[in-house]
Structures are given as structure tokens and as C-alpha cells.
Write a protein of this length. Structure first.
Ligand SMILES: N[C@@H](CCC(=O)N[C@@H](CS)C(=O)NCC(=O)O)C(=O)O
Length: 303
């Protein structure tokens, strides 16, 4: 079987979500360390422009955004499940809540203290990625964000008082999704202190922290590029008969995140479902690459 390669960096919270799913499913994977700011010359040939982390690579197929990465991992390794019986919809909704609301409430709380320490290069990079938003102004959002984070933590703490995991007795996507937000708070002691006030939440946090990361070995970024170059995309063409926009294989489209990191990836539709779009590109270094994106959270339009 082709190797499972995750392009990531150690301090990336969204990568932490995927690392915990690898741990739960006991996946053997390779880790390629990518830079936390642009430029990313050993990532962009694989993604066609998409800069965010993490990115999953198997041969010449590349999954962008944790939405499509989780779907692919779960398809390859369905057991043990990340969806307790009857809870698939709840997991998807909690995952969206964690990515969009919980995570973005943690950033002002953390960066209020951390912004002066992370350096101008990082702040400029993130301001550009958020289309001019002044990352340093996150400080102004901190008081309200602290209220949100406190309520989210308290709500989880109450749930976890009676059960080991958010949806009951087993680890699920809901745990991976909320864990990465609490894990991110740990980079700043006064932010993490908010979580440390919650005893049941902390027991859950320690339990998941101790799960590790599955069987992981590092890989050099050049080796990952070589694998892509020597591989052929494995995605078979398939049309989505229920597509409300009648998008057909063969159409040229650009795919762009709707929230930040607005770098379009342009290619030809190969496959599409209710959840995902796969587009093929010809990369000047690597040849044919298929990029997979979730439909939720992305704009798909003619280039
Ligand atoms: N919706 C995306 C969010 C990914 C994301 O925001 N990742 C952060 C790192 S944890 C990022 O890419 N930051 C900018 C960068 O690393 O260049 C996902 O689920 O993958």
C-alpha cells in the first residue's frame, strides 16, 4: 500500500486533530514537517496553491483541509470507528463548531499575550492570509472571546463529569475536534489556566493527550515530492448525479477556501460527491496531481 503522508508542523492544532485520529485508528504514517508561514516551496507543487496545514498525500493524490482528510482516513481505516452508533451527524456538527467557533475563540485569548512574542514575520503572514485583517487587533476581541471559551469549556466539563468522552464511552471525532482547541490553549499558560479550572475536562484532556500519535516516522519533503512525481493519481472519474449545480467531470474550476488563505487551486473536475470535489492539475514539477477538497467551507467556481 502507498504510504500515508501528512504534511504538517508540530505546533499546528488542526494537525493535532488528525494525529489523534491516527492514534485512535493505530495508523502507520509518515510526517513531513512544513513551514508555519509562507513561502512553502515543497508544499505548493502538491496543492496547486493551497497553503494551509495539514495536507494528506497518498502517491499523487492530495487531500486539503481536515474535512476531506478525515473522510479519506475513515474510508481507509473504518475500524475502530470515530462515529459512535447513530452519532455521525452529531460528530460532523461538533467538528464544524470546533473548527469555526471554538478554535477561533481561542486565538484572541492566546494571541493577546503571545502576539508580541511570535515575531513580525508570523503576524504579517497571518494578516495577509486573512486578507488584511490586522492579526495584532485580535487583542481587542480577547474579552468576548474569553467569555466564549469559558462557556465552551464549562459545557464540555459538565458533559465529561458523567462519561469519559464527549459522546459517551468511546473516543469519536467530537473528541478529536474539541481536543485540538484545548490543546492549542496550552501554548499560553494564562489561556490554559481557564481549562485547568475544569477537573473533568482535564481528566479527558490527559487521557487523549496520552493516546500518542499512532506509528509515525519522519519523511524528508523531497522524498514526498519524488513519490508524487513517480505516482499516478488513483482517483477514478465519477459524476455526481445529484449535484444541484450540475457540475460535470471535465469542467474547469477554481476551488478557494471561503474563510482565509484565499489561494485558488485550478483544475479539471475528476470526481464529485455531496461532500467532496476532486480536481486534476498538471504540475510543472510533478506531472498529474489530483487535489481533493471538502465542499463544506470552499467556493467552487469557473476560473
Ligand atoms: N479548515 C482548515 C483549517 C486549517 C488551518 O487553519 N490550519 C492552520 C494551521 S493549524 C494554518 O494553515 N495556518 C496557516 C499556515 O500554517 O500556513 C482545516 O480544517 O484543515
Amino acid at each position: 500500500m502507498a504510504e500515508i503522508i501528512l504534511h504538517q508542523y508540530v505546533t499546528s492544532p488542526f494537525s493535532e486533530k488528525i494525529r489523534k485520529i491516527f492514534a485512535h485508528k493505530k495508523v502507520s504514517w509518515r510526517s513531513v514537517e512544513q513551514p508555519a508561514i509562507m513561502p512553502k516551496p515543497k508544499l505548493i507543487p502538491l496543492t496547486g496553491g493551497y497553503r494551509r496545514i495539514p495536507v494528506l498525500q497518498i502517491g499523487a493524490d492530495v487531500w486539503c483541509d481536515t474535512g476531506s482528510i478525515i473522510r479519506k482516513i475513515d474510508e481507509m481505516f473504518p475500524e475502530p470507528s470515530i462515529y459512535p452508533h447513530g452519532m455521525q451527524a452529531a460528530c460532523l456538527m461538533i467538528n464544524l463548531f470546533a473548527d469555526r467557533r471554538f478554535f477561533f475563540s481561542t486565538t484572541p485569548v492566546i494571541f493577546e499575550k503571545l502576539a508580541p512574542l511570535v515575531g513580525k514575520e508570523f503576524l504579517d503572514d497571518r494578516s495577509k492570509m486573512m486578507r488584511g485583517a490586522n492579526f495584532e487587533e485580535l487583542t481587542l476581541l480577547a474579552p468576548d472571546a474569553r467569555n466564549y471559551v469559558r462557556a465552551y469549556l464549562d459545557n464540555l466539563d459538565r458533559t465529561l463529569a458523567d462519561q469519559p468522552f464527549i459522546l459517551g464511552s468511546s473516543f469519536s471525532l467530537a473528541d478529536a475536534a474539541c481536543f485540538h482547541c484545548v490543546w492549542f490553549l496550552r501554548v499560553e499558560p494564562s489561556a490554559f489556566a481557564m481549562a485547568q479550572k475544569c477537573a473533568s475536562l482535564m481528566r479527558w484532556f490527559k487521557r487523549i493527550d496520552a493516546m500518542g500519535y499512532g506509528d509515525v516516522k519522519p519523511m524528508d519533503p523531497d522524498e514526498a515530492l519524488k513519490i508524487a512525481k513517480e505516482s499516478t493519481p488513483a482517483t477514478k472519474p465519477s459524476a455526481d448525479s445529484g449535484d444541484p449545480n450540475q457540475l460535470k467531470p471535465g469542467a474547469r474550476v477554481s476551488v478557494i477556501p471561503e474563510d482565509y488563505g484565499f489561494d485558488p487551486v485550478t483544475g479539471t473536475v475528476v470526481a464529485s460527491t455531496a461532500y467532496e470535489i476532486a480536481i486534476e492539475r498538471e504540475d510543472s514539477q510533478l506531472g498529474r496531481i489530483v487535489n481533493h477538497f471538502p465542499k463544506l467551507g470552499f467556493r467552487i467556481a469557473p476560473p
